[in-house]
Design a protein around this ligand. Structure first.
Ligand code: MRU
Length: 361
């Protein structure tokens, strides 16, 4: 996608092929800057601290993390150690394990001296495939949006609600839930997006709003609790979100707060779509209750970071001193609340049969 007229991916190899560059998502939306990652530890740290985040981008960064490790030591022991270190960085997004498995499988049976180059190549392939996958998700979603706009009885734009950030910043390019929004906007379908701020880290207010604003898509940031009212008032035509893990039966883990939006959508007959690449499906689990939910620092709840009038960025306390806080990073939306999945192979019901129909192997 373009920032100030220049095309960016969220992750790319440096010309010397000894490091990678990423967009620093901890500084957005106040500062657009990139960071260089040159070591395995640097890549692991970038995922852990959320300098990069979003399920597909976590996977892509982990893949390059393996490649950086292979530059230093291409032994089996080093490969396994890098795999283990990276797998520990974030627990909920299954794309991380998917990418690590793919890297290890691609390298394990190669001679050591060939591993470094092969790892670099495979990580690049994962990134290129993610771009293409998201583009296809966008095209299938676009058709749904076109139909929804044609069906709309009242005048005005198609009002879409989204939660967290499932845009190009969460992937390598395009995004999952936001890809159809960009394509619909570019195709001239009038679109307006309600952007859930997505407390506690505010990925909606800071990242999704930054993306949509940069692309010129009309949008408004809303408090997380406003969506229910807007749905009751008929101001939401459809919801679309991304996901960090979908179990074989169709349950969906996504950023905390997604479940409440799905409940409100069901109560108001608002379609609730989940956009996902197949790398987000966890075929080994049959219930969302089995998905590990990341517990994050209580500081994210009790403090907030923002820009002061003098332009500097500061973190301030917002809660009663001494009060403890709980901070689960994700929740699970049961499959029965999902209208359909949008994948790179088309749309399907949120059921095991639906998923297996599109992905038989
Ligand atoms: O904690 P984050 O910011 O990594 O969480 C991201 C999300 O929950 C996204 O909705 C999800 O990864 C889908 S990414 C296309």
């Amino acid at each position: 996608m373009k920032i100030r007229g220049q095309h960016y991916r969220t992750i790319w190899p440096s010309p010397d092929a000894r490091s990678i560059e990423v967009i620093d998502q901890m500084k957005l939306p106040h500062l657009f800057t990139t960071s260089k990652l040159s070591t395995l530890d640097g890549a692991a740290d970038a995922i852990h601290t959320m300098l990069v985040r979003g399920a597909p981008l976590i996977g892509a960064t982990a893949a390059y993390g393996i490649a950086l490790a292979m530059r230093e030591d291409a032994s089996d022991e080093a490969l396994d150690a890098a795999y283990d270190l990276l797998l520990e960085t974030r627990p909920t997004a299954i794309n991380l394990k998917w990418a690590l498995d793919r890297m290890r499988n691609a390298l394990r049976n190669r001679p050591r001296e060939a591993r470094s180059e092969a790892a670099w190549f495979e990580a690049g392939k994962i990134c290129d495939e993610d771009v293409e996958t998201c583009r296809k998700i966008g095209e299938y979603g676009l058709e749904l949006f076109r139909e929804a706009h044609a069906r709309k009885k009242t005048k005005g734009p198609l009002n879409i609600l989204t939660h967290c950030n499932a845009g190009w910043l969460a992937c390598v390019d395009w995004g999952t839930a936001l890809a159809p929004i960009y394509m619909a906007h570019d195709a001239g379908i009038p679109i307006h997006v309600w952007v859930d701020e997505t407390r506690p880290r505010n990925q909606g207010a800071s990242l999704t709003a930054f993306e949509l604003g940069s692309h010129g898509v009309p949008h408004a940031i809303i408090a997380d609790n406003a969506g229910g009212l807007f749905m009751r008032q008929g101001q939401v035509d459809l919801c679309i979100v991304g996901t960090d893990r979908v179990t074989a039966n169709g349950d969906v883990a996504n950023k905390i707060g997604t479940y409440l939006k799905a409940l409100a959508a069901k109560d108001n007959n608002v379609p609730f779509y989940v956009a996902l690449p197949s790398s987000t499906i966890d075929w080994t689990l049959n219930s969302g209750d089995l998905i590990p939910i990341e517990e994050r620092s209580s500081d994210e709840v009790t403090k907030m970071t923002g820009r002061l009038p003098d332009g500097s960025v500061a973190t301030v306390e917002i809660s009663a001193p001494g009060s403890p806080a709980a901070n689960p990073g994700f929740d699970v939306t049961p499959a029965r609340l999902v209208t359909s999945f949008i994948t790179e192979r088309g749309t399907c019901p949120a059921t095991e049969a639906g998923l297996r129909g599109l992905f038989p192997k």
